[in-house]
Design a protein around this ligand. Structure first.
Ligand SMILES: *Cc1c(COP(=O)(O)O)cnc(C)c1O
Length: 370
C-alpha cells in the first residue's frame, strides 16, 4: 500500500523553472531585490489589489518585521489566539510584547469577536487574529473594535493566500497581513512570505528591517536585520503563480470528494462554507465527537498511520500550553480552543491527491466508527 503524505508541495515543471532562472546565469544577480524579486512583487501587488507588498525569506520574519514596524510600546499587550502555528505567538513574544489569549469561534476556529473587548486593558496595543485554515475572521467586527479602542490590527494570513472576502483579497484587511509561502502552503516560493499593507510610511521601515537599515553604499540609518527573499525563490513564485487557479481548482475537487464521503456522518464536523468567501481549500480539518462517532481524534490518527496515511493534529497543542511558555504566559482559559485542539485532525490535501486516495482515506476514517 503506497504512503499518502499529508501534503505535497506544488512545483512547476523543471523546464518552466529552468527557463525562469536562466537569466540569473547572465546577470549573476542572485538576491538583494533583483529582477525576479521586482517582477514577483509587482505581480502580487496587482493580484492582491493592495498598495504595498513586501517580500520576505519566510512568513515568520515577515510577521516579526511588521510587528516591529508598528512601533508598539515594549510590554504592550497583543490580543491573539492560541489555536495557531507556533510562529504567531513566538512573533509577539520575540517582539517584546505580551500575548493575551482570546478564545476561538466554535465553528470557524478564528478569534471569537464577542470575547475580544473583555480582554482590552490600558496596555492593549494590537489585535493579531489568524485566518485559520483560510477561514476569514470577522474582519468587520475586528475593525470596529480596533477603531473604537485605537488598536492596530495585524492579520496572520499565512493560510489565506488567494482567499477573497466580498471580492477583496484577504490581504486587504487590517493595518497589515502576513502571507506565508512555505513549501507546505497552497502557494509556495520554497520558503518565503510577504506583508501586505496600506501605509506608505511602512515601505521604508520594512526595507530597513529586512535589509540591515542600509540606505546607500555609505549610509546605514537603521539597526535592521536580514530577511530578504532571494531570486530563486522569487522565480519559483513567478512560476507557481501562473498555475495558482488550476491548483486551487484541483484542491476544490479533492475537498468536494471528502465532503461527499463525510457529509451527514454523525459525530463528524466539517469545515464551514463561509458566506461571501472565495476559498483556497488550504486544509481539510475534521472535528470528531467521540461519544457520537465512536472513535476519537487520536484513534482515527492512529488508524490512518497504521494504513500509511499521514494526517496532522493541526493545531495541537495550543500555543499557550507550549513548555517554552510555561512560566511566561497568562493562563487565560481558552476552552473552545482547547476542546477543538483535542478533537481536530487535518486530512491529506494537495492538488494531485487522487480520487482513489481520497476514497481510501475516507474508508479508513469511517472504519473507526462504532
Ligand atoms: C506557516 C505559518 C506561519 C509561518 O510561516 P513560515 O513561512 O513557515 O515562516 C505563521 N503562521 C501560521 C498560521 C502558519 O501556518
Amino acid at each position: 500500500m503506497s504512503r499518502i503524505l499529508v501534503t505535497r508541495s506544488s512545483m512547476p515543471t523543471i523546464e518552466e523553472y529552468e527557463n525562469e532562472i536562466k537569466s540569473l546565469w547572465d546577470t549573476h544577480w542572485l538576491t538583494n531585490m533583483g529582477a525576479k524579486h521586482k517582477q514577483f512583487q509587482a505581480e502580487l501587488e496587482a493580484m492582491l489589489g493592495v498598495p504595498h507588498v513586501a517580500l520576505y525569506c519566510n512568513g515568520h520574519l515577515a510577521l516579526e518585521n511588521i510587528i516591529e514596524a508598528m512601533d508598539l510600546p515594549e510590554g504592550g499587550e497583543v490580543i491573539t489566539t492560541p489555536f495557531t502555528f507556533a510562529s504567531t505567538t513566538h512573533a509577539v513574544v520575540r517582539s517584546g510584547l505580551r500575548p493575551v489569549f482570546c478564545d476561538i469561534d466554535q465553528d470557524n476556529y478564528t478569534i471569537d469577536v464577542n470575547k475580544i473587548e473583555a480582554l482590552i486593558t490600558d496596555k492593549t496595543v494590537a489585535i493579531l487574529p489568524v485566518h485559520v485554515y483560510g477561514n476569514i475572521c470577522d474582519v468587520e467586527a475586528i475593525k470596529s473594535i480596533a477603531d473604537k479602542h485605537g488598536l492596530k490590527v495585524i492579520y496572520d494570513a499565512a493560510h489565506a493566500f488567494a482567499v477573497k472576502y466580498k471580492g477583496q483579497s484577504a490581504g486587504a484587511f487590517g493595518d497589515a497581513s502576513m502571507f506565508s509561502f512555505h513549501a507546505t502552503k497552497v502557494f509556495n516560493t520554497i520558503e518565503g512570505g510577504a506583508v501586505c499593507f496600506h501605509d506608505d510610511a511602512l515601505v521604508q521601515k520594512l526595507n530597513d528591517l529586512k535589509n540591515f537599515g542600509i540606505h546607500g553604499p555609505e549610509e546605514v540609518a537603521y539597526i535592521g536585520g536580514n530577511a530578504k527573499m532571494n531570486e530563486f525563490c522569487a522565480a519559483m513564485g513567478i512560476c507557481n503563480l501562473r498555475h495558482l487557479d488550476e491548483e486551487i481548482a484541483k484542491r476544490k475537487d479533492v475537498v468536494e470528494r471528502y465532503r461527499s464521503h463525510f457529509e451527514g456522518v454523525p459525530g463528524i464536523k466539517l469545515a464551514p462554507v463561509q458566506k461571501d468567501v472565495e476559498p483556497n481549500y488550504a486544509y481539510f480539518p475534521v472535528v470528531f465527537d467521540k461519544a457520537v462517532f465512536g472513535a476519537g481524534r487520536d484513534e482515527v490518527f492512529n488508524a490512518l498511520a497504521k494504513n500509511s496515511i499521514g494526517a496532522r493534529k493541526y493545531f495541537y497543542p495550543l500555543t499557550n500550553t507550549f513548555s517554552c511558555y510555561k512560566d511566561v504566559i497568562n493562563a487565560d482559559s481558552t476552552p473552545a480552543a482547547l476542546d477543538i485542539s483535542l478533537r481536530v485532525l487535518t486530512l491529506p490535501l494537495y492538488a494531485d491527491l487522487s480520487a482513489d486516495d481520497v476514497d481510501r482515506i475516507c474508508e479508513t476514517v469511517l472504519s473507526c466508527k462504532l
